[in-house]
Design a protein around this ligand. Structure first.
Ligand code: HSE
Length: 437
């Protein structure tokens, strides 16, 4: 059978890896796909680099639209990134009746609804395994492997850069900036590292997983996002003493009133497997009602791990392209006309436990004032410790762990506590996720 012709847009880290792995494992990949998959065209602004990679195996251009509009190309692989040009290219590829494989999480989290609808109208597929957790086949697991389940929640370490930063800070006692510089030098970080540090990249990924888990449209604008930039050595150390490790988690959960989608640092009990995922590695914990908790672990970034997911999509598309579009695996797992309008909850309504660190003047009655504020809001304390004097001799650190309460109440408590004259500085608040099954 004639091979499937691929047009590769972008030969950065992932594009280069895709070309290399496809070439290296060509024979086995063809045996799996049922026909050859060959990169016929490559588009990149750096023509010399593209020519060096392509040799005489693929045509090279610096105009990506040439690839998208070429009738010989069956599948367009978009690895350029960004939300403007990449969107135009994908929509044009779809309009031309081509299948699309992309790793562009930012684009899908924000514009997935429009892109998936366009693909449906044209009867083509948009595949995006590489958009979430790099080499981990989590989209496949959620969409197919776990399809019997009512998914209850997902909690993932889905940004390698942030996890690397937290691991290095904890293990080596380093501060934030030098570790970020190292992550960038190692090529883990996004082009704009604020995406990693501020939790935006993780929010893109959890948006996509929430849609697939719960059969809702992608809704990036409703996601609560908080990053790791404000975490200190002190909090990492205190959490450790209390039996917890701080991780940046992407969480989505089905609760009575709706669906939570959020990204923030969280204390996780150290005994949980996921708490021990270190460095640039990713892990996603999925709780299904039938299967219970399942954990997926692997490289969340990098050339060949991410290429592994891109190529898995190429094989999938190749295998499925002859199937009647309505009987293919649906893009968001649920049939497109059966997506649910269950609301995504505002962060105020989210219920969880909290770690609070307060710096207070060391004098009689201080604790009583603080616990009164918490009690008046119905917030129950699960543990409390007073630490040694901070650098300022007159103040001490108090760490309070609470039982579950709603975010709105903890926000009010923090406002009232910060207004007390005996409390110096801001209260540090980190959510606690027990992740128990
Ligand atoms: N910057 C991302 C990370 C890479 O650090 O996980 C893959 O999305």
């Amino acid at each position: 059978m004639k091979p499937i012709n691929v047009g590769l847009l972008g030969i950065g880290t992932v594009g280069g890896g895709t070309f290399t792995v496809l070439k290296r494992n060509q024979e086995e990949i063809s045996r799996r796909a049922g026909r050859g998959i060959v990169v016929k065209m490559i588009a990149d602004k750096d023509l010399d680099k593209a020519r060096a990679l392509a040799g005489n195996e693929a045509t090279v251009t610096d105009n990506a639209m040439d690839v998208v509009t070429n009738p010989d190309i069956d599948i367009v692989v978009e690895l350029i990134g960004g939300q403007t040009f990449a969107k135009d290219l994908i929509l044009e590829a779809i309009a031309q009746g081509k299948h699309v494989v992309t790793a562009n999480k930012a684009l899908l989290a924000a514009h997935g609804t429009e892109i998936f609808a366009a693909a449906r109208d044209k009867g083509v597929m948009v595949a995006f395994e590489a958009a979430v957790a790099g080499g981990i086949p989590i989209i496949k697991a959620l969409r197919e492997g776990l399809t019997a389940n009512r998914i209850e929640w997902i909690a993932g370490i889905i940004n390698g850069t942030a996890n690397f930063i937290l691991s290095e800070m904890r293990e080596k006692g380093l501060s934030f900036q030098p570790v970020l510089d190292q992550a960038q030098a190692l090529g883990y970080a996004e082009a704009d590292p604020t995406f990693d540090v501020e939790g935006i990249d993780a929010a893109h990924k959890i948006t996509i997983m929430a849609a697939i888990a719960f059969g809702i449209p992608v809704q990036f604008d409703k996601v609560y996002t908080e990053g790791v930039a404000k975490l200190t050595q002190e909090d990492i150390r205190y959490a450790e003493e209390l039996g917890y490790r701080i991780k940046l988690l992407g969480i989505t959960k089905r609760v009575e009133k709706g669906i939570e989608i959020r990204v923030h640092p969280a204390l996780i009990p150290t005994r949980r497997l996921i708490a021990n995922v270190e460095g640039v590695m990713n892990a996603v914990l999925v709780k299904g009602d039938a299967v219970g908790p399942t954990l997926y672990y692997g490289a969340g970034a990098g050339a060949e791990p991410t290429a592994s997911s891109v190529i898995a999509d190429l094989v999938d598309v190749t295998r499925m392209q002859t199937a009647d579009p309505t009987h293919r695996v649906p893009t968001l797992s649920f049939q497109p006309d059966l997506l649910s309008d269950t609301p995504v909850l505002s962060m105020d309504e989210v219920e969880t436990a909290y770690y609070l660190r307060l710096q207070v003047v060391d004098q009689a009655g201080v604790l009583a004032e603080i616990t009164r504020i918490l009690a008046d809001l119905g917030i129950s304390i699960s543990a409390m410790i007073q630490k040694e004097h901070a650098s300022d001799e007159d103040t001490v650190n108090i760490i309070i762990l609470t039982h579950d309460t709603i975010e709105k109440n903890i926000n009010s408590a923090i406002t009232s506590i910060e207004a007390l004259p005996v409390v110096t500085g801001q209260v540090t608040r980190i959510r606690i996720e027990e992740l128990s099954s």
